[in-house]
Write a protein that binds this ligand. Structure first.
Ligand SMILES: Cc1cc2nc3c(=O)[nH]c(=O)nc-3n(C[C@H](O)[C@H](O)[C@H](O)COP(=O)(O)OP(=O)(O)OC[C@H]3O[C@@H](n4cnc5c(N)ncnc54)[C@H](O)[C@@H]3O)c2cc1C
Length: 477
C-alpha cells in the first residue's frame, strides 16, 4: 500500500468529540511506536496519532524512584555498541545525541561466585560456560547454510557434550543463557539464539560489538526516546492515558475503540503491542485475526525477567559488578548486581537480584501457590506477597554471607511484568517450534492493519526494535 502524504477526505479535527481520523494510528508509544512516528514524519506524513495507555512514552523503558534514585524496572543495557566504523547500535546513537548517562558494564569480567555455603570460587566453571555458549552459537549457526532443522539450545549443548550437573555448572549456564533470554535452553531455539547473539555482539557477523553499556541517567533510560520525540512530535499527535480495547480492520481503513467509549479511525494502523498482550486477548480484533496470524502470535512466548531491588543502610557485599549464587534449585535468586559500586551509584546501598525461570519449584507455601509447581520463577513470585519474596531473597543473602547477620533492608521492590496487562511478560523468546513462516506471518499486515515491535524482529527479538526503520521503509514504499 502507498500511504497518501496528504489528509484524506475522511480527515476531521483531532479534537472532534465524536472521534478523530488520521492517516495512520500508531498503537503503542514504546521504542517501536515512537521510531515509527519519526519515520512517518521524515517521509512527510504527519497526520498520525500515537495511542498509548500509559501516562508517558517509553513502554518497556520504564523507570521508577527507589531509595531516592532512578532505577530501571525494564530495559537497562545497550547491548552491543560499535566496532571501528562498523554498524552502530541505533540506540547508542540516540543515547549519545541526548546525552544519556551510561557506564560500561562487564557481564563476564567482574563476578564473584557463591553457593549455599557462602563464597566459593568456581570461576573456572563459569569460564567453561562462556566457552560452551560460544560453541552453541557456532553449532547452531553451522546448521543454517546446510539447511539443517532447528534444535533446542538444550539439544545443541548436549550435542557439544555440555551437560551441567552440579549446582555450580547449572548456575553458570543460567547466567549465560536464561539471564539473557529469560527462558531456559530447552525452551529456546538454537538458531535464533545464535542470530540474536551474532547480530548484537559479533562484528564479523554483522553485529555491533561485544560491549554493554548500563544506563545510569537519573531522567530514566526512557530519556533518549522522550527527548527524541520532543523534536518532532506535536501534542495533537499523541494520546496518552488511552487504552485500546478493540481494533476493527478492513481493506478500507481501521477503527479503534478506546476504554471509556471514544473511538479513532484511520486509513492505516500500526500495532506495536507486545506479543504477550496479543496472546492475552486484552485487545479485541474485529474481524478476528486470521488463523495463520493467531497461530504465529500464539507460538512466540514471552519470557519474564524480574529485577528485585533492595536498599540496605550500608553496603556489605561483593566489590565486583555482579555475583552469581548457585542454589541447589536452578534459577533461585541467581544473578546479583551491585549498584552501590564505584562505577554505578556509589553510596546508594542498592543491590538487585534478577530471576527468570527455574526448572522445578520443589515446594509450595500454601495451596494457592501450587499452581507454580513447574515453570517460571518470575511468574511464581508475582503470585506471592512482597513480604514472602523479601524473606526468600534475604535467606539467600544470608546463605551467601553465613558469617554476618544480614541487616534489615530499608526498602524493597519488584515489578510484576507478567501480570501487567500492558506487557504480559518482559520480552519475546524464540522457541524451536517457531518456524520462519510463523515469523513472516507475525510480521505481516492484515489489510490495513500492520504490526511491529520487538517480537517482529528476526535479528533483535527481545531487545529494542532497532530494526524498525527498514521495516517501515517497506510500509511506506
Ligand atoms: C525487565 C526488562 C529488561 C529488559 N532489558 C533490556 C536490555 O537491557 N536491553 C535491551 O535491548 N532490551 C531490553 N528489554 C527489552 C526492551 O525493553 C523491549 O524489547 C523494547 O522496549 C520493546 O519496545 P516495543 O516498542 O516493541 O514494545 P513496548 O515498549 O511494549 O511498547 C508497546 C506500548 O504499547 C502500550 N500498550 C499495550 N497495550 C495497550 C493498549 N491496550 N492500549 C494502548 N497502549 C497499549 C504499552 O504501554 C507500551 O508502551 C528489556 C525488557 C524488560 C521488560
Amino acid at each position: 500500500y502507498t500511504i497518501p502524504k496528504t489528509d484524506t477526505e475522511h480527515t476531521r479535527s483531532n479534537n472532534d468529540a465524536a472521534g478523530t481520523h488520521a492517516t495512520v494510528l500508531i498503537l503503542g508509544g514504546g521504542v517501536a511506536g515512537v521510531i515509527a512516528a519519526r519515520t512517518l514524519h521524515e517521509q512527510g506524513i504527519d497526520n498520525f496519532v500515537i495511542v498509548e495507555a500509559r501516562d508517558e512514552l517509553g513502554g518497556r523503558l520504564k523507570s521508577t524512584t527507589f531509595a531516592r534514585k532512578t532505577v530501571e524496572l525494564g530495559a537497562n543495557w545497550i547491548q552491543g555498541t560499535q566496532t571501528g566504523n562498523g554498524p552502530k547500535n541505533p540506540i547508542l546513537t540516540l543515547v549519545e545525541k541526548h546525552k544519556v548517562k551510561t557506564a560500561v558494564s562487564h557481564y563476564t569480567g567482574s563476578l564473584t561466585t557463591y553457593d549455599h555455603t557462602g563464597a566459593v570460587d568456581y570461576l573456572d566453571v563459569f569460564d567453561a560456560s562462556v566457552d560452551a555458549y560460544n560453541d552453541l552459537v557456532a553449532t547452531a549457526g553451522g546448521r543454517v547454510p546446510v539447511n539443517n532443522v532447528d534444535l533446542t539450545s538444550q539439544a545443541a549443548y548436549t550435542l557439544n557434550g555440555v551437560r551441567p550437573r552440579t549446582a555450580h555448572e547449572k548456575a553458570a549456564e543460567y547466567y549465560q543463557f536464561d539471564w539473557e533470554y529469560a527462558q531456559k535452553p530447552d525452551q529456546t531455539s538454537a538458531i535464533a539464539s545464535s542470530w540474536a547473539n551474532n547480530f548484537t555482539y559479533d562484528p564479523d557477523q554483522g553485529g555491533f560489538s561485544e560491549d554493554n553499556l548500563f544506563d545510569l541517567d537519573q531522567r530514566g533510560f526512557k530519556a533518549f526516546l522522550q527527548e527524541e520525540a520532543k523534536e518532532f512530535l506535536k501534542p495533537s499527535q499523541l494520546r496518552l492515558n488511552s487504552i485500546v480495547k478493540k481494533v476493527s480492520w478492513s481493506g478500507s481503513g481501521v477503527k479503534v475503540l478506546l476504554e471509556g467509549g471514544s473511538s479513532l479511525s484511520a486509513d492505516y494502523a500500526l500495532c506495536t503491542f507486545s506479543v504477550g498482550v496479543l496472546q492475552a486477548d486484552d485487545v479485541e480484533f474485529e474481524p478476528r485475526l486470521p488463523s495463520y496470524k493467531r497461530e504465529a502470535i500464539a507460538s512466540l512466548p514471552m519470557g519474564t525477567y524480574t529485577k528485585i531491588f533492595l536498599q540496605f543502610p550500608q553496603k556489605f557485599w561483593f566489590d565486583t559488578e555482579f555475583a552469581l549464587y548457585a542454589d541447589p534449585e536452578r534459577g533461585r535468586y541467581p544473578v546479583w548486581q551491585s549498584l552501590d559500586h564505584k562505577n554505578f551509584l556509589p553510596g546508594s546501598g542498592i543491590i538487585f537480584v534478577t530471576v527468570t525461570v527455574c526448572a522445578l519449584i520443589s515446594w509450595s507455601v500454601k495451596a494457592q501457590f501450587i499452581m507454580s509447581i513447574q515453570g517460571d520463577y518470575s511468574e511464581r513470585i508475582e503470585a506471592l506477597p512482597d513480604a514472602q519474596v523479601k524473606s526468600e531473597v534475604l535467606s539467600v543473602l544470608q546463605a551467601m554471607y553465613p558469617n554476618i547477620t544480614i541487616p534489615k533492608p530499608l526498602d524493597f521492590m519488584f515489578p510484576r511484568w507478567y501480570s501487567d496487562p500492558l506487557f504480559r511478560g518482559s520480552f519475546s523468546n524464540w522457541p524451536p517450534s517457531f518456524v520462519q513462516q510463523h515469523h513472516d506471518n507475525l510480521r505481516s499486515n492484515v489489510d490495513r492493519l500492520y504490526f511491529a515491535g520487538e517480537a517482529t524482529s528476526q535479528k533483535y527479538f527481545g531487545k529494542y526494535f532497532v530494526h524498525f526503520q527498514s521495516r517501515l521503509g517497506w510500509l511506506t514504499s
